[in-house]
Design a protein around this ligand. Structure first.
Ligand SMILES: Cc1cc2nc3c(=O)[nH]c(=O)nc-3n(C[C@H](O)[C@H](O)[C@H](O)COP(=O)(O)OP(=O)(O)OC[C@H]3O[C@@H](n4cnc5c(N)ncnc54)[C@H](O)[C@@H]3O)c2cc1C
Length: 433
């Protein structure tokens, strides 16, 4: 049999599965899981491979849901049943035909619905939750090969299973609570770091979706402020400008700048100043999915912590002090800050606390370990919860202290996957044997 090596988007994981299964329907998913159980093998579902951690590393059976895509049904009230392997980009296009949209999105839309939901993927907005909070029901195949529908009265609660890391079942269908299609009015600007922090509470309260990027070694931030509006867009960016700014500058030129920085780390502060100055103010509107999601072609590695909203300023202060004291770290990518409402999803990074996210990135070919360890230590002081799909060094003990419902999720794992068919090396570190 031909064995093909699989790599994730960032290049942090490469693995050659013993078997690749591409079931054509739910019955075949059940069969793959049952067969693996009988043979004492492990099954790992993979989405679009956009997790930085080895969550989707499959050494035995890699399960790809490439054939399980599209909308199953649009129900009254905007509930939409979607097959698990549908990419978010494809889903937004399908929803638009029904006059619907996802309530909120992260900054890319290349992920599959099941993969994005499984790790707690989120966007920004102090009144909004991540994708998992929009899930009303789930259909999944348990580790012992049962087909369950959750969210219809019977079985474990959806909020306990939805951020399931692939360990509680192979999700075959997700029912999402969608909203009427809307326009986003976008304002992007560069501002001084101090000015952004001084007005932050008011900004985050007043506007629907606020995020900002601080450029290390500078006092500059790129701010993005998106406001929801009904009706169709009136002032979308002209295509030439989108191509020039989002493709040529943000991807093509930025890649070249990062290559220079990798080879000449001492030039990084000057390059960051240049990058921050090159940004110009933009104001436009467009359909929500086109504003939320951007194209990321420059590969990077990333780590992200969710901290209590009130810890944001001290966390950023400590981070900036560390960067200033460690010029050898040569941090090439900006630090990204976002917000979310408290929610009730057991393994959500925003579980029961209004949240600020601090995400750190580094060019994929440059060293990142010392920087990421430092950020992990800073976040730990504030009970920072790592994003499940982004790099971190925490194990089951440390995670239990940050995720209060983790013991209950482990109990669900006993019920849904008693033989540990749905596990891999990384999950053993996170959840234990
Ligand atoms: C460029 C880039 C930008 C990103 N931006 C954001 C962002 O804005 N916000 C954010 O929160 N995250 C972001 N992420 C992280 C990303 O959203 C998550 O890692 C997400 O889980 C990736 O989805 P995927 O489809 O690629 O899943 P994969 O990475 O392939 O898999 C993720 C997990 O889902 C499980 N899984 C996949 N399919 C199934 C299934 N059918 N049933 C059960 N489990 C399944 C896998 O086993 C694995 O545990 C970004 C990542 C990249 C590379």
């Amino acid at each position: 049999m031909l064995r093909v090596t699989w790599e994730n988007w960032s290049g942090t994981v490469a693995v050659t599965p013993a078997e690749v299964a591409c079931p054509r329907d739910v019955e075949e998913v059940v069969e793959v899981v049952r067969r693996a159980g009988r043979a004492g093998r492990q099954v790992t579902a993979v989405g679009s491979g956009h997790s930085f951690t080895p969550l989707a590393e499959a050494r035995d059976v890699q399960l790809r849901l490439d054939h399980l895509t599209g909308i199953v049904a649009v129900e009254p009230g905007g509930r939409v049943r979607v097959r698990a392997g549908t990419r978010l980009r494809e889903l937004s296009a399908l929803l638009a035909r029904h006059g619907l949209a996802l309530e909120n999105l992260g900054d890319i839309d290349a992920q599959t619905v099941a993969g994005a939901v499984a790790t707690g993927t989120h966007g920004t907005g102090a009144r909004f939750g991540g994708l998992a909070t929009q899930v009303a029901a789930l259909e999944l195949v348990t580790g012992d090969g049962r087909l369950l529908r959750l969210g219809e009265g019977a079985g474990p609660p959806v909020e306990g299973v939805v951020v399931g890391l692939g360990a509680l079942g192979v999700v075959t269908e997700v029912t999402l609570r969608c909203v009427p299609a809307f326009t986003l009015h976008a304002v992007e600007d560069t501002e001084r770091y101090d000015a952004v922090l001084e007005s932050l509470d008011e900004r985050v309260e007043r506007h629907d979706h606020v995020e900002f990027y601080w450029f290390p070694y500078t006092d500059r931030c790129l701010t993005k402020t998106n406001t929801r509006r009904p009706g169709p867009p009136e002032r979308p960016l002209p295509r030439w400008r989108r191509v020039l700014e989002d493709e040529v500058l943000s991807n093509g030129v930025y890649r070249a700048v990062n290559e220079v920085g990798r080879r000449r780390p001492r030039a990084v502060p000057a390059l960051n100043r240049l990058a921050a100055r090159a940004l110009s103010r933009r104001e436009y509107d467009d359909v929500s999915s086109r504003v939320f999601a951007t194209t990321r072609r420059v590969r990077f590695v990333e780590s992200e912590y969710a901290v209590p909203r009130e810890s944001l300023v001290p966390v950023l202060g400590a981070l900036r002090a560390w960067v200033a004291a460690h010029p050898e770290a040569a941090v090439q990518f900006p630090v990204e800050v976002r917000f979310a409402a408290a929610d009730d999803v057991w393994l959500s990074t925003a579980y029961r606390r209004p949240t600020a996210y601090v995400a750190v990135h580094q060019f994929h070919r440059s060293p990142a370990a010392d920087y990421f360890h430092a950020v992990e230590a800073i976040a730990a002081e504030h009970g920072g919860r790592p994003h499940w799909g982004k790099l971190h060094g925490l194990d089951a003990t440390a995670l239990t202290a940050r995720y209060p419902r983790l013991p209950e999720v482990l109990a669900l794992r006993e019920e849904l996957d008693p033989q540990r068919v749905l596990t891999n090396r990384h999950l053993r570190r996170l959840l234990g044997e």
